[in-house]
Write a protein that binds this ligand. Structure first.
Ligand SMILES: *Cc1c(COP(=O)(O)O)cnc(C)c1O
Ligand code: SF4
Length: 400
């Protein structure tokens, strides 16, 4: 089992297990934006992704220089998960509104220390399903989650993997990655490998190429090789022609990102995700249902339509995981169903994601299935009644 997040040492956000060039060559170049105007004047498109990442905000004090209404937090908050916000994400934030949907996702708050009894460190029991010495989570018969990094481009306050992400005591080294690849070699029943973390795209192109090539070499028969990365939405300039070459060379099938609010679909995001699509990489999106961000029918309709109109398939909408401090973000099951009913039938079919409750105790993902077609007993007779998106019903008992 991993050390409990609450007990661990202060997070050092630059303790990358696999050194990034950023850390090797630019330690002294951390740039402080002193005013909102300075932040907004920064041209993300005109800088390399590493330069932009190096200018990230790392505390409430950094943020308070550029945004109004940032509440001070104690350092214990950063022991649960560090703060890091790229200038690109900070530019999306409302300068004056602490309840802006981007600020809710990224700005640290002291109430994250209200840890409810049901909020366990490893609520998905991932650590228990990790074969010895590897960084794989083997929960399903034919596919595995492969954790390759525990650092992210920006840290989400609602993260499900707070127990390991940004934790210097939980680094993933190349020895573990090699053992994971050996496990894949020994388990031909695995047909689908999903790289996650942390953020796999925070690795250098050459390190990512090395890991992907090892997997492809060990398992040339693998059907699907996919990557989960929120960096597309946190720093779209990470997608460069060189990265695209690495993905194409290693036949990466699909990248799933995490966009939670339509405001995150910017011209820069569209430009760089289009580079991936043109190279034949499928794109999907996994949102998390977050109170105050997207627990709203209009916001969710806009989100899924804007995604699909830009070639990104809404794949999953997850209920909030009970990771430490997440109860303030929790959206109830009933509200989730209401939102599902508010989009099904009202937006295009390809824009409809599956709503998921993730398996507490390692059960896996379970779909929330609103019953549009339902068995009922009327006068002792079983009937099958279908209800459409407007609430009108029809008897379809001929299917019984
Ligand atoms: C989410 C997840 C997967 C992938 O599940 P899909 O439904 O195929 O996207 C695989 N393994 C683990 C442990 C996961 O949590
Ligand atoms: S990008 Fe993913 S792993 Fe990283 S902090 Fe956000 S939710 Fe957690």
């Amino acid at each position: 089992m991993a050390t409990s997040t609450v007990q661990r040492q202060p997070a050092a956000t630059n303790a990358d297990p696999i050194p990034l060039k950023l850390v090797e060559t630019q330690p002294a170049q951390r740039y402080h934006f002193n005013t909102h105007d300075e932040l907004m004047a920064f041209d993300v498109a005109g800088h390399s992704w590493r330069e932009t990442l190096a200018k990230s905000f790392q505390s409430d004090k950094d943020l308070a220089k550029v945004l109004h209404g940032v509440r001070p937090v104690e350092d214990d908050v950063y022991k649960v998960i560090a703060a890091r916000i790229t200038p690109y994400v900070a530019q999306l934030m409302d300068k004056n509104d602490p309840n802006c949907p981007i600020r809710i996702q990224y700005v640290p708050e002291q109430d994250e220390m209200h840890i409810a009894p049901h909020e366990m460190g490893d609520q998905l029991a991932e650590d228990d399903m990790m074969p010895e010495g590897t960084s794989l989570v083997h929960r399903y018969p034919n596919r595995v989650l492969f954790l390759v990094h525990n650092i992210c481009g920006a840290y989400c306050r609602h993260c499900t993997r707070k127990r390991m992400v940004s934790d210097p005591l939980n680094v993933i080294d190349m020895a573990r990655i090699r053992r994971s690849v050996e496990y894949l070699r020994d388990h031909p029943e695995v047909q689908d490998v999903l790289l996650s973390g942390g953020d796999p795209l925070l690795l250098t192109d050459s390190k990512l190429d090395e890991i992907l090539s090892m997997i492809r070499e060990a398992r040339p028969d693998l059907k699907i090789l996919r990557i989960g990365s929120r960096l597309l939405a946190q720093l779209p300039t990470r997608v460069t022609p060189e990265l695209v070459d690495v993905l194409v060379k290693n036949r990466v099938t699909l990248i799933n990102t995490q966009v939670n609010h339509p405001r995150e679909i910017t011209p820069l995001f569209i430009k760089h995700t289009t580079m991936l699509r043109r190279a034949g990489v499928m794109l999907g999106n996994q949102s998390v249902m977050i109170k105050g961000v997207n627990d709203d029918v209009e916001v969710m309709r806009d989100l899924v339509m804007d995604l699909v109109s830009n070639g990104i398939r809404p794949y999953y909408v997850y209920s909030m995981d009970p990771a430490p401090g997440n109860s303030k973000f929790m959206v109830s099951y009933d509200r989730m169903l209401e939102i599902y009913h508010g989009i099904r039938g009202w937006v295009s079919g390809p824009a409809i994601p599956t709503f998921i409750v993730d398996g507490i105790g390692g059960l896996g993902k379970m779909p929330v299935q609103p019953e549009y077609v339902k068995k009922t007993v009327q006068d002792g007779e079983t009937k099958l009644i279908a209800t459409n998106f407007e609430g009108r019903t029809a008897d379809v008992s001929y299917l019984l």
